[in-house]
Write a protein that binds this ligand. Structure first.
Ligand code: GLC
Length: 599
C-alpha cells in the first residue's frame, strides 16, 4: 500500500507538468460545452451516448461496425448534442461475450480497427467537444488472456494467485465445486481445471475467469491499464460489473431465493436462484474504487470520469458508491429509475426525488436503455401487462415521455444508440438465429440480448446504411428500417429524432433545465408525473408527463415553491396538443408531454 501511494505521487508529479502532456492527454476530456461555470466538471448534467461498436456503423463492408464507422458519424452525434460516447469493449477478444472477454487490455481488436483509428476517433471527437469513454472490465478477463494462461499453467507461477482458484470439496469421495455459487449466465460458477486440479470462479461465462482483487499485483496491473487509456485520450471509464469484484473470503454457500411455495425459485437456466449476498457489493470494493479514483485523477488531472455499472437495491447503496468523502465513482448508474419498467407515477416520483434529495448533492446518472436490456419499447404493455416490443399504437408518445423523464430531470443522462429514432427491441424468432450465448443457453425463457443490439438504422437504402455486407451483417437488420431510420426522421419535424435533439438542446441551454433543482409537483396525482425545475435566480420550468393512455388535464399552484407567476411559455409539447394559457390548466393527450417556462 505504501509503495502504491508513493508511486502515485511520483506519477502525478510527472504527469502534471503541462509541457509533458501529449496531444492525446490534452484530449482527455471535452471542454465544458454547457452554460454552467467552467469550474463545473464537464460531465455534470451532460449527455452520454452509449455505442455498441459492432452495430453502429460498418466502414469496411464486413458486416461488423468499427471505429472508422463511428468517426464518420461524429457530426451526427454532435448535432444530437452528446457530450461523450461510451464505447463498449473494443479490445482484442475471442468475442465469446462480444468483447466483455478481453484478451489484451492495451490494444484494439482488428475487427474494430487499429490504434491509429482509435487515436483519430479521439482527436476528431475532441474537435466536436465529445469525450470518449472506455469500458473497463475489471472483474474478469478472457481465459485467452496471457494472464490467465499463465495463472492456469501451474500452482506456483508468478500469476498463480491472480484468479480465484479453489480446491474441490470432496463429498463421499467425489469432487464437487467449493460451494453453490452460480454464474449469472447459468450453471455453477466454478469450472474444473484439469491442469491445476482446482476450480476457478467465473461470475459470467466459463471463458471469463474472475480476477482475484485481493492480490495487490492485480490492482496495479489494472490501474496501469487505466493510465494507458487516459494517456491515449480517454475521457473516462465505464466500469463493468464493478460491484462483483470481491467474493466472500470464507466461500460460504449463498442462501436461496424462495418462491411462494417455500422452495428455491428456479431461474431461466434451470438453476436455483441465490441471493448473491456473498458475491455482490462487498465492502472491499470501496478500497479499489478509491485507489482507482486516485490513479485516474493523477493521470488525468481531474478530467476523467468514473462511471459504474451499479445495479443496486436502494438509494443508500447507491450513495455509498460515490465514496464517504466523494472519493470513489463520480457517476454510479442509478438503475432504480429507468428500470422501473412500468408507468407507475408514485414510484417514479419517489425514486427521482430520492436521487435529488438523497445523494448529498451528488450527481445522479439516469439510464433507461443499454446493450443488456430490452429497449424502451418495453414500456409498452400487452393486455396481461407484459412488455409488447415493437411499434404499438402509442410508440412515439411513450418514447417522448421516457426521453422527457431522462433529459428534463436533474441528472446526467445516459442514452443508448438508436433510442433517438425509437428503435425497437427485435429478439430473434428462432433459437438457430441467436448470437448471444445466454440466449442459446436460456432459450426460450431467456432469448439473450441480440434484440437490443441490432444495427443502427441510418436510412432506407441497402443494409439500412449500416453496412455494405448484404445479408451478412453480424445481426440481421430489422425490417422496420424501411420507415424508421435517421434519414426519414430528419425530414419529419415531429419525429422522435427531433424530440431528442430539442430536449437535449434545452438540457444544455435552458438554465432551469440544465441545473435547476427538481421539485415534485401534484404529489397525489397518480396519472400525471409532474415536476418543477427551478434555479436560485428564479427561473422556473414545469414538466408534465401523462403516464396513461387517457387524456388528462392538470393544474398547478406553485406558491408553495415560491413561484407566484402563473403564465406559461411553451418550450416543448407533444405534437398537436393544445396551447395552455396558464399553469391553471394544462391538457395532455394519451402519454402527452408538456414542458413550459413559468413567467
Ligand atoms: C456487464 C456487461 C455485459 C456483460 C457482463 C460481463 O454486465 O454490460 O454485457 O455480458 O458485464 O462482462
Amino acid at each position: 500500500m505504501k509503495d502504491f501511494a508513493s508511486l502515485l505521487l511520483l506519477l502525478s508529479a510527472f504527469l502534471c507538468g503541462a509541457e509533458l502532456q501529449t496531444q492525446a492527454q490534452q484530449a482527455a476530456a471535452p471542454a465544458p460545452s454547457s452554460p454552467a461555470s467552467t469550474s463545473t466538471p464537464w460531465w455534470k448534467n451532460a449527455v452520454i451516448y452509449e455505442i455498441y461498436p459492432r452495430s453502429f456503423q460498418d466502414s469496411n463492408g464486413d458486416g461488423i461496425g468499427d471505429l472508422n464507422g463511428i468517426t464518420s458519424r461524429l457530426d451526427y452525434l454532435q448535432k444530437l448534442g452528446v457530450d461523450a460516447i461510451w464505447l463498449t469493449p473494443i479490445y482484442p477478444s475471442p468475442q465469446v461475450d462480444f468483447g466483455y472477454d478481453i484478451s489484451n487490455y492495451e490494444a484494439i481488436d482488428a475487427q474494430y480497427g487499429t490504434m491509429a483509428d482509435f487515436d483519430r476517433l479521439v482527436a476528431e471527437a475532441r474537435k466536436r467537444n465529445i469525450g470518449i469513454i472506455m469500458d473497463l472490465v475489471l472483474n474478469h478477463t478472457s481465459d485467452k488472456d496471457p494472464w490467465f494462461e499463465q495463472s492456469a499453467s501451474s500452482r506456483t507461477n508468478p500469476k498463480a494467485d491472480w484468479y480465484m482458484w479453489r480446491d474441490p470439496k470432496m463429498v463421499d469421495g467425489q469432487r464437487q465445486p467449493p460451494n453453490n455459487w452460480i454464474s449469472d449466465f447459468g450453471g455453477s460458477a466454478w469450472q474444473w481445471d484439469p491442469a491445476r486440479r482446482q476450480y476457478y470462479y467465473h461470475e459470467f461465462y466459463v471463458q471469463q475467469p474472475d480476477l482475484n482483487w485481493s492480490n495487490p499485483q492485480v490492482r496495479q496491473a489494472m490501474f496501469d491499464v487505466a493510465r494507458f487509456w487516459i494517456h491515449r485520450g480517454a475521457a473516462g471509464f465505464r466500469l463493468d460489473a464493478i460491484t462483483s469484484l470481491f467474493e466472500d473470503p470464507q466461500d460460504r454457500d449463498e442462501p436461496y431465493v424462495l418462491g411462494p411455495d417455500g422452495q428455491p425459485r428456479i431461474d431461466a437456466y434451470g438453476d436455483k436462484e441465490v441471493t448473491n449476498i456473498y458475491t455482490d457489493n462487498l465492502p472491499e470494493e470501496h478500497d479499489v474504487l478509491r485507489e482507482l479514483r486516485q490513479a485516474s485523477e493523477a493521470a488525468g488531472a481531474h478530467r476523467v470520469v468514473l462511471i459504474g455499472e451499479t445495479y443496486l437495491r436502494s438509494i443508500n447503496d447507491l450513495r455509498k458508491m460515490y465514496g464517504a468523502n466523494n472519493d470513489e465513482l463520480q457517476l454510479p448508474m442509478d438503475m432504480q429509475v429507468g428500470f422501473i419498467n412500468r408507468f407507475d407515477v408514485a414510484l417514479f416520483r419517489q425514486r427521482i426525488d430520492e436521487a435529488e434529495t438523497g445523494l448529498d448533492g451528488d450527481e445522479p446518472l439516469f439510464v433507461f436503455d443499454n446493450h443488456d436490456n430490452p429497449r424502451w419499447d418495453r414500456y409498452q404493455k400487452d393486455a396481461a401487462g407484459a412488455p409488447a416490443f415493437g411499434y404499438g399504437p402509442h410508440h412515439d408518445d411513450i418514447g417522448r415521455v421516457i426521453a422527457t423523464v431522462l433529459f428534463a430531470s436533474h441528472d446526467t443522462a445516459m442514452m443508448y444508440y438508436g433510442d433517438e429514432i425509437g428503435m425497437v427491441t427485435t429478439p430473434p424468432a428462432r433459437k438457430a438465429d441467436v448470437r448471444d450465448p445466454i440466449g442459446i443457453k436460456g432459450w426460450p425463457k431467456e432469448k439473450g440480448r441480440d434484440g437490443e443490439r441490432t444495427p443502427m438504422q441510418w436510412n432506407a437504402g441497402p443494409d439500412a446504411g449500416f453496412s455494405s455486407a448484404g445479408v451478412n451483417t453480424w445481426l440481421p437488420i430489422p425490417a422496420s428500417y424501411k420507415t424508421s431510420n435517421v434519414a426519414a426522421e430528419e425530414r419529419d419535424p415531429e419525429s422522435m429524432l427531433h424530440w431528442y435533439r430539442q430536449l437535449i438542446a434545452l438540457k444544455k441551454n435552458d438554465p432551469a433545465l440544465h441545473e435547476g433543482e427538481e421539485i415534485m409537483l401534484n404529489t397525489a396525482d397518480d396519472h400525471v408525473f409532474s415536476w418543477l425545475r427551478k434555479t436560485a435566480n428564479g427561473e422556473a420550468v414545469i414538466v408534465a408527463c401523462n403516464f396513461t393512455a387517457q387524456p388528462q388535464t392538470v393544474s398547478f399552484d406553485l406558491s408553495a415553491q415560491g413561484v407566484s407567476r402563473t403564465g406559461l411559455k411553451t418550450l416543448m409539447k407533444t405534437p398537436g396538443a393544445p396551447e395552455p394559457h396558464s399553469i391553471a390548466s394544462v391538457e395532455l393527450g394519451p402519454y402527452g408531454v408538456y414542458i413550459g417556462q413559468v413567467r
